[in-house]
Design a protein around this ligand. Structure first.
Ligand code: ATP
Length: 317
């Protein structure tokens, strides 16, 4: 692992947030003595059931909530530092958008808030509209959008300032399988260009194939954390991948293995997951096509700025 990738962009140690009641008596330990780090160029999953403290942790990273105790550093600065905020992108659980602005106007509005010069703003809005699959709806008011389309606008908005750290609260909620795959591909590509992405979700299976490392929160505390591959790999067993072969040959092979192992190995056909099957069916139905070109254009701009370390992925990816 090179030094760029091991660099921490979020460093939380003993982070605690207690909410108090009206009489200022401690009420809920929403985040309780939590320590973790998010490294440059990785996708970090903050997972946990409803009410486990994910949003509270994200709000502290954003500088919107003060920790009760513990330390927190974001991009090498205290989270309340305005310079840290400039390099952050945030997709909240529910995006509050101006219903009468179109998708394009919405993105221009946020681009202006970041003081992006007009030409750059135009270029980024065009790229983001394509990348998030909103090209056909770019001139429609967002008040008319479905939940999935609103989510896409929210994601584009979170990326308008080309942030180094992107916080995504339940990014796939409300999206159909195509939209989910698209968002996950965007997340992976962002990470491959050196961006750091923190994804919070209670839909574990949905983000399993996008995270490098995870922490599982329950009742405000981290119950498990580490590289996803290491956490999920069953190191005591092996799976063997065989090509198709005549039944008699297969039987002989199994017999041979059973003799050596003292047990007959299990045998099954591999299965693709339902998401991949579904996406194949839809791709065939509509004759291919996708937003990869747009994504490449958006990201090549980031690379031009010298912000990305190329195609490198963290060692544990
Ligand atoms: N402003 C607040 N005042 C009092 N309690 C709060 C406040 N915000 C959150 N909590 C409590 O803190 C705990 C953690 O909430 P949080 O919203 O961080 O969970 P979450 O993991 O994001 O949940 P979800 O998946 O439902 O969004 C919950 O018990 C919640 O009721």
């Amino acid at each position: 692992m090179n030094s760029m990738q091991s660099e921490s962009v979020v460093r939380a140690a003993g982070l605690t947030r207690i909410f108090r009641d009206f009489w200022r008596r401690p009420k809920v330990r929403a985040v309780d003595d939590v320590s973790f780090e998010v490294r440059r160029g990785e996708v970090f999953g903050l997972l946990g059931p409803n009410g486990s403290g994910k949003t509270t942790a994200i709000k502290m990273i954003l500088g919107l909530l003060h920790p009760t105790s513990g330390s927190l550093e974001v991009l090498g600065r205290p989270p309340r530092d305005v310079r840290a905020k400039h390099e952050l992108g945030y997709l909240p659980e529910e995006s509050a958008l101006y219903p009468y602005l179109s998708a394009e106007e919405t993105l221009h509005f946020y681009g202006k808030l970041f003081d992006l010069p007009r030409e750059e703003r135009r270029r980024r809005v065009d790229q983001l509209v394509d990348m998030t699959g909103l090209a056909a709806a770019r001139h429609r008011p967002v008040g008319e959008f479905s939940k999935g389309m609103t989510r896409r606008v929210g994601l584009a908005q979170a990326l308008i300032n080309d942030p180094a750290l992107i916080l995504l609260d339940e990014p796939t909620s409300g999206l159909d399988p195509l939209g989910r795959r698209q968002v996950k591909d965007i997340i992976r590509t962002l990470a491959s260009r050196g961006k750091s992405v923190l994804v919070s979700s209670h839909l574990l299976a949905e983000i399993e194939d996008v995270c490098d490392r995870i922490a599982i929160l329950y009742d405000g505390r981290i119950r498990a954390s580490g590289a996803l591959d290491e956490l999920l790999e069953e190191r005591q067993r092996y799976l063997l991948d065989l090509p198709a072969m005549p039944p008699a040959e297969l039987e002989a092979l199994l017999e041979d293995l059973a003799g050596r192992l003292g047990e007959r190995p299990g045998l099954a056909h591999p299965r693709i997951d339902l998401e991949r099957y579904f996406l194949d069916v839809v791709a065939r139905a509509r004759g291919g096509g996708g937003g990869e070109g747009a994504m490449a254009a958006y990201l090549s701009h980031s690379a031009e700025d010298g912000e990305g370390p190329g195609e490198a992925r963290p060692d544990n990816a």
